[in-house]
Design a protein around this ligand. Structure first.
Ligand SMILES: *[C@@H]1O[C@H](CO)[C@@H](O)[C@H](O)[C@H]1NC(C)=O
Ligand SMILES: *[C@@H]1O[C@H](CO)[C@@H](O)[C@H](O)[C@H]1NC(C)=O
Length: 500
């Protein structure tokens, strides 16, 4: 692969059946490797799978979409193939049968004819997989449609739902040779179930028996039909036609024919629409918070002016805020609360999965989040220790730190591929407070913590992330520094920065 990369050759991982997940993981491994080494991606890697079982979960898919890697994954699924759905049922229920049919699946030759497969066992397996698939698909659909169904909540306490979710774009190959391309992961998930759903009970055995050969039909099927110019892209899901009428244009007519090819019920079409609505809602939510960027910036400008003012008074920003002696300190607190309100709302949306997956990796937001954190978190720490919250709740870092700072710190660390926890330039004041408290209560000095802090401060100051006002004569930081013995490593480390 190194050689291929050097020669600017494209790298494509591909796999059929259980080779699919291996291809997926190999691709992800290489993508992560590129990201870690900050190499740009010109020629791949890409991943193609054929009849791959689902083996990626919600978090995995979220991460892939956050990195905008989804388009690198293309999964082909014959709509009658059971294997892509098989892990929607518990593995324990399918394992035995799969082991028995392995000879056939590996080499469907004269020796291992499809007849050798026990039809009644295959039908039982098929029914079980589809019942379980129905269960997870409707659970997912209820979440999409925002219905808080009590019964559903109760059900999930008793029924173990499959954690697997599709990740990347899917190409469904219909019985009539049409290729249907779907990118929306929620829609793919619904289609995996609905495109194989039974129309009547009596079909069960027939579909079951067809479902294993379908797993082996990729080469033939795709050879004939792999003309992507004829592929139908299911986009604009919100406006998916529910039924046909005579006034439709050709494009819409094609979509309707495709949906009919897939035998999609009215309920299935509503689920696809819901998947589209949900995606659109997330985009709208992001637009809504984009409109608050101006407000955030203005508040940050005001707080920056406040910091400068504190410095001209000879007082560090953190300490001035903690003492709250002037009217400006009070005003700064109002700004802090204003900003906290906006950011907490964003974090809540993220937790409820109401923003696009790629939001947390967007450069402009990572940057704004960092500016916000560096300027405002010291005030939160000051406020925490001013009100002695540490006494009943515990140290700020472990008990009191709001998510709005934890999240934005991770955004930056991830974007710049820095070690987890390394961007503590906004919250070192909490350590300073704890170290000072330890001194006043005569506890043994935490040498390691002191040394780490001093080293980090030096580094952050050099990068301009911690400003000189932290080292003014009367700050909590300098107070702590003075308590260190003269020959202490931490004392010497930042000696040059301290105001005399
Ligand atoms: C899912 O599969 C398990 C294991 O075979 C089975 O016990 C359960 O009834 C199935 N769930 C549904 C909803 O059919
Ligand atoms: C759609 O349904 C019809 C009638 O039940 C059936 O004959 C046909 O095979 C189905 N098509 C697919 C792709 O399942």
């Amino acid at each position: 692969m190194d050689k291929a990369t050097r020669d600017s050759k494209p790298i494509i991982f591909a796999g059929h059946s259980s080779g699919g997940p291996i291809a997926i993981y190999a691709t992800i491994w290489l993508l992560e490797e590129y990201k870690r080494l900050k190499k740009t991606l010109t020629h791949g890697p890409f991943c193609l799978t054929f009849g791959s079982p689902l083996t990626t979960d919600r978090i995995f898919c979220h991460a892939v979409r956050r990195e905008e890697w989804s388009d690198r994954f293309v999964h082909f699924v014959m709509i009658h193939d059971i294997v892509p759905r098989i892990l929607l049922a518990p593995l324990s229920s399918t394992k035995e049968f799969l082991e028995q049919s392995l000879p056939y699946l590996i080499s469907p030759s004269a020796h291992h004819k499809a007849d050798s497969i026990d039809k009644s066992k295959l039908t039982a397996l098929f029914d079980n997989v589809m019942r379980n698939a129905s269960c997870v698909a409707s659970h997912a659909a209820c979440i999409l449609m925002g219905s808080t169904n009590m019964l559903l909540d109760t059900m999930t306490k008793f029924v173990q739902l499959s954690p697997y979710r599709p990740c990347g774009q899917y190409v469904f190959c219909t019985g009539t040779g049409r290729l249907v391309v779907v990118k929306n992961p929620d829609a793919v998930f619904q289609l995996l179930f609905y495109s194989l759903q039974l129309v009547s009970e009596s079909e069960s055995q027939q579909k079951a028996v067809a479902s294993l050969p379908a797993h082996l039909a990729y080469e033939d099927g795709l050879d004939k039909n792999l003309d992507m110019r004829n592929a139908i892209h299911l986009e604009n899901l919100c406006e998916l036609p529910l039924s046909s009428d005579n006034t439709m244009d050709i494009a819409t007519k094609t979509i309707v024919d495709t949906l009919n090819d897939l035998n999609l019920s009215a309920r299935a079409r509503l689920c696809l629409r819901a998947a589209g609505e949900s995606e659109k809602q997330k985009e709208d939510n992001q637009k809504k918070i984009e409109r608050k960027v101006g407000m955030i910036r203005n508040a940050l400008v005001d707080l920056d002016a406040y910091r400068t003012m504190c410095e001209t008074r000879g007082m560090g920003y953190f300490d001035a805020f903690k003492v709250q002696k002037h009217e400006d300190d009070f005003k700064a607190n109002v700004k802090r609360l204003e900003l906290a309100g906006i950011w907490d709302e964003i974090i809540e949306m993220l937790k409820r999965d109401e923003l696009p997956d790629k939001y947390e990796a967007e450069k402009s937001w990572v940057k704004l989040g960092t500016e916000f954190r560096q300027l405002v978190e010291p005030l939160d720490v000051a406020n925490y220790y001013r009100h002695l919250k540490n006494e009943d709740t515990g140290p700020y870092m472990t008990k009191g730190r709001p998510r709005r700072y934890k999240y934005t710190q991770r955004w930056r660390e991830h974007a710049e591929q820095l070690p987890r926890g390394s961007c503590g330039e906004s919250c070192f004041w909490a350590d300073v407070e704890e170290l000072n408290l330890a001194v006043t209560s005569n506890q043994a000095r935490n040498e390691q913590m002191a040394l780490n802090l001093a080293n980090k401060l030096k580094e952050w100051h050099a990068k301009g992330e911690v400003k000189t006002d932290a080292f003014l004569k009367e700050t909590a930081l300098v107070t702590w520094w003075k308590t260190l013995p003269d020959n202490h490593g931490a004392k010497l480390c930042i000696e040059d920065l301290i105001e005399r």
